[in-house]
Design a protein around this ligand. Structure first.
Ligand code: SF4
Length: 184
């Protein structure tokens, strides 16, 4: 039987972010000049299509990240739709996001293209700070409800600061996560 071959590129779409985490791993976070253009993203998809059509791989699973990838959503949304229509399940897209930005148009696009999302949520009250220093928790919790209403698959990724949130914060977060139908 032929071996099924899949590869999973992690795509940094932008260094822009709506948050300002003290532990951010992106070296030039919030440098507005550093975002991938639509042309570059299209070249990436075209090259991947060629690789798949040549029979070298059966599937590509793209992890779209940043910075905050939904800040530059318009740079790649139509291209994702176009290539999903052309290649179907051979190209899969997922987002890694702080979920501080979400609207009906993005939800519809996610549904249409079967896009799941890994949501960053560090704490129910003191999650990642927005640029003004205020916690993003309430916005993210509200947006998780929107994902659920739209039936979008999601998982939660936490960077837990025990000194800041303590045992109670950890218990609350775990309890919250256990109530959710999280993507496996
Ligand atoms: S949300 Fe992620 S990319 Fe944005 S500042 Fe925080 S760690 Fe960095």
């Amino acid at each position: 039987m032929k071996e099924f071959k899949c590869f999973s590129p992690w795509v940094f779409l932008t260094y822009k972010c709506s948050c300002k985490c003290p532990y951010c791993f992106v070296p030039s976070i919030n440098d507005n000049l550093l975002s991938m253009t639509s042309e570059t993203f299209e070249r990436l998809l075209k090259t991947t299509q060629n690789i798949i059509e040549a029979g070298n791989y059966d599937q590509a699973i793209f992890r779209l990240s940043g910075g905050e990838p939904l800040l530059v959503w318009k740079n790649y949304a139509n291209l994702v739709t176009e290539y999903k229509q052309k290649l179907g399940g051979k190209m899969v897209f997922g987002l890694l996001s702080n979920l501080t930005i979400l609207n009906d148009e993005i939800l519809e696009w996610m549904k249409q293209n079967d896009i799941g999302i890994q949501v960053s949520l560090d704490d129910l009250h003191n999650s990642k700070p927005l640029k003004n220093g205020v916690s993003s928790s309430s916005i993210v919790l509200k947006n998780i409800e929107q994902l659920e209403k739209a039936n979008i698959c999601y998982s939660i990724n936490s960077v837990f600061d025990y000194e800041k949130s303590g045992t109670n914060g950890l218990k609350e977060l775990v309890k919250y996560i256990l109530t959710k139908k999280i993507r496996q």
